[in-house]
Design a protein around this ligand. Structure first.
Ligand code: PNS
Length: 163
């Protein structure tokens, strides 16, 4: 039986930490679905269409990585896709408490679905989408922390705002 994993999140924007986890997941599982939550935030920086387009472009040459969207309960989506595993990244101990709660809640809702935690490479452990947005908006450099396409799209947003 092949193992299908779902890596859920907001991905607003996709960071190199996410890319690292997805690449590791793609090596570990037969297939991994990057599942972008619809309407996670009221005012996202990137629209759902942009986030899907970016993730698809970044993984266009990885045949076992799929990009999809979902809404509603994560476990319902995982079941609908006939996946067995939820992948979540753990960067630091501070992530653990909330991730532990979510994993146990999801386990209670669907006991047959397991959550697998994966550690990103050390150099990505402090990156989060929230910090990327904040640093970039305030004029800081995010080069090397996000895929080049994300950096390019962030710059375009600034130009559009100024122009
Ligand atoms: O990018 P994030 O914010 O870390 O992702 C959080 C996400 C999308 C995994 C979580 O909010 C989620 O699963 N939302 C879907 C609704 C749901 O199933 N909630 C109960 C989780 S225990």
């Amino acid at each position: 039986m092949s193992t299908l994993a779902v890596y859920p999140g907001s991905f607003d924007p996709l960071t190199n930490g996410h890319v690292d986890i997805i690449s590791r997941g793609a090596r570990l599982f037969d297939r991994i679905i990057v599942a972008i939550l619809v309407n996670a935030e009221k005012a996202p920086l990137f629209s759902m269409e942009e986030r899907v387009e970016i993730a698809r472009a970044v993984f266009h040459d990885q045949r076992n990585v799929e990009v999809d969207t979902f809404n509603g309960l994560l476990v319902d989506y995982v079941e609908r896709r006939r996946a067995q595993v939820i992948v979540r990244g753990l960067r630091a101990v501070s992530d653990f408490e909330f991730e532990f709660q979510m994993a146990l809640m999801n386990q209670r809702l669907k006991p047959t679905i397991d959550t697998v935690f994966m550690m990103p490479a050390e150099q990505y452990t402090y990156i989060s989408s929230r910090l990327i947005k904040e640093v970039f908006t305030l004029g800081g450099r995010v080069h090397g922390l996000v895929p080049e396409l994300v950096e390019q799209r962030l710059r375009e947003k600034v130009v559009a705002k100024e122009g």
